[in-house]
Design a protein around this ligand. Structure first.
Ligand SMILES: Nc1nc2c(c(=O)[nH]1)N[C@H]1C(S)=C(S)[C@@H](COP(=O)(O)O)O[C@H]1N2
Ligand SMILES: [Mo]
Length: 213
């Protein structure tokens, strides 16, 4: 094991601890999902923003590609107990779209549901979706996403290397093969939450499961 991994595993004195309880570091990037990898055809692809917004939106891939983009470095935490540090993502931040007046959520919108291929969904509170540690990612480590990791677009949630985020969640709350966002007044469980995973999913307090199944 490299000295770097060893330092972080022990917690070290180098700054805030980056490994949540019960997690182990990996340098690999495992692939995890339920069901088949979808066929992706960008010519028929669209992205919808709907629910509690002033104007519903439907973007083609070409239109989506013209939205403002940024990069971010995140530590990602999977409920299957691996954490990967310093992952580099590029994509669209919901906060930028809201501040730019491109998406106009109604004041009563409190939650956002990610809608993915094959009816897969994932829910998050709107404050987390609007934070800089959640993005709609098209690129990982400088390259377009691979199909296994959600090409052409996925949600990503993680924590900042300096842990300055207000809240975070396990990576399962980042939907791969993302096709839309639904703004909602009340929370609705996503796919994994419906199967017994914890609704809030905070890795720092090990909110893994809400019931046995
Ligand atoms: N569409 C879709 N997205 C999904 C899932 C899924 O089953 N379907 N699984 C989630 C889970 S459980 C995890 S741990 C992460 C894994 O992302 P990765 O395969 O890029 O590591 O994707 C999440 N996003
Ligand atoms: Mo997972």
């Amino acid at each position: 094991m490299s000295g770097f991994l060893e330092r972080f595993r022990k917690g070290g004195d180098e700054g805030p601890r980056r490994l949540p309880p019960g997690q182990s570091l990996t340098e690999k990037f495992p692939v995890l999902h339920y069901g088949p990898v979808p066929n992706v055809d960008l010519s028929g692809w669209d992205f919808r923003v709907f629910g509690l917004v002033d104007e519903e939106i439907r973007w083609t891939w070409e239109e989506f590609s013209q939205l403002p983009r940024r990069k971010v470095v995140l530590d990602i935490h999977c409920v299957t107990r691996w954490t990967k540090l310093d992952t580099e993502w590029e994509g669209v931040f919901v906060r930028d779209l809201v501040e730019g007046g491109i998406i106009k959520p109604r004041p009563e919108a409190g939650y956002v549901l990610q809608h993915c291929e094959n009816d897969f969904t994932e829910n998050l509170p709107i404050d987390l979706v609007m934070a800089d540690n959640f993005l709609l990612a098209t690129h990982y480590a400088g390259e377009p996403l691979t199909l296994d990791h959600g090409y052409p677009l996925r949600g990503v949630i993680g924590s900042f290397p300096d842990r300055s985020e207000k809240k975070t969640a396990y990576l399962w709350k980042g939907g791969k093969w993302l096709r839309g966002l639904e703004f909602m007044e009340r929370d609705r469980p996503g796919f994994w939450e419906g199967g017994g995973y914890h609704n809030e999913a905070d890795p720092w307090t090990e909110q893994r499961y809400s019931r046995l199944f």
